[in-house]
Structure formats: C-alpha cells, structure tokens
Design a protein around this ligand. Sequence first.
Ligand SMILES: [Zn+2]
Length: 260
Amino acid sequence: MSYAQAVHETVRALRTIRGRWADLLLAIETPPADHWPPRQLAHTMREDDDEPLVVEDRAPLVLREHPAPLNLGALDTARTVERLVFDLADTLAAVVQHTEQDDPRAWLSPDPSAPDSRRAAGSRAHGLHWACVWIEGRVQDEDTEPERELDGTVSAPPFEVLALHLLHEVRRTARIAETRVLRALGLDQRETPLPEPCPWCAGELMLHSAPDGPPAVTCSGGRDCSAPVPLDSRERSRVWEWDDLPELIAALGVDIAAAA
Ligand SMILES: [Zn+2]
C-alpha cells in the first residue's frame, strides 16, 4: 500500500468514527435493539419532527458518568474506541509534536499530577471528536513547515511528517476503531432476516447493511412479488433502497419511533 493510499484510508476511517460518534453515544442510552428497522433510518425519519435529535454532551466517556447505561455493549465499544484513539494521539504527540504546550494545536497527554480530573485528562477532555481531527491533521502533514514568528524569526515546524511505519500504525488503529463503531451500530457488512414476511407476497425479507452505504431490504419473491420497487440486477429479488424503506416500513406497520 502506498503512502497516499494509507493516508486516504486512515482519513476515511477517522471521519467515519467521528461521524458516527453521536449515534454511538445515543446507542448507549438506548436499549439494545434488533437492527431492524435501521437506527439511522429512524433518525432520518425523525428529522421531520419538531424536536431535532441533539447530542449535546461531547464530553469524553472517561469524564462522564453512566449511572444506568441501557446498552452495555455500546458503552463498552465506545470506551474501547475512545481509549484506542486517545492512546494513539498520545503516541503521535510523543513522537512528532514539537510545539509548545500553550499552542492550541498541541495535543496534551494526561497529567495525573494535575489538580482536577479535567486538567489531568489533558486534551482527552476535549473528547473523541477533537482527537480524531487532531490525528487527521498529523496524517495529512498539517503544520509541518517552519513558521515565521511576528518578530521575523523562523521557528521549527510544530509537527514532523509521519514516518511510514507510524502512518501504518495509525491506519491500523483507526481501522480497528472504525470497525468496532460500525459493528456496534449494526452498520457493518451483514445480512439479517426480518421477522415479518413481505406484505405483498409473504416472501422472506432480508436486510442488507454495509459500512459504506445505506441499508437495503430484499424480498425473495422476485418477479412473483408485486411490491412497487425494482428487481435487483439478477432479477431474483425486489429491492427497497434507502429512499423506498419508509414505504416498506409503513406497509409492515412497524412503529419506527418506538423502535428507535
Ligand atoms: Zn415480496
């Protein structure tokens, strides 16, 4: 794998992690559910409501209390992912960071001697989202040129360019964390039979989910199924793509708000 490819994959994984982080935090507060109907569809459908879904608390889990988390699996995943990402930032800072501690671009590793838990957490206190952005900056070689100060002097670059072995380490860790997040949200590649038969032909409905796209549902009835959606390319199944799913859910009589 080339340097550029590794950068591309790593950036994609980091963006997936922070893009899905709010969903994972919500999942902690939600009883574990089947992957049907898809959680993210429930969120999308709820956007029409007057009450938008807002995750206000971006504080890292290490600094939060979960007196009664409803989904221990999601909490466990979130804690693991946080630890992986925070430890990775610590490692990178130790190797490639030369900037001063008061530079807002600096990543501060935990300091157990600090007077309170927030300061003791260092940059971890800013949460996982910031950690992912900071790591992405290192992967993208941001701020690796010498800088001219206000008085005209030139100072050393705040960060070094990542060595190839370090880039691969970042990529590996980011991919592991990404996989954990997607699996916890039921967005990894999988096929799940739905409990209800097809409302049009009583065929078997199958939910197909994948990390890089929205889920779809197929009906095994194929041409014999009268559902108002297209057949797949091999003409063996009816397919409800993302935009068609609300119609299927309505036909099944599933209460998406309750299911979310
Ligand atoms: Zn059908």
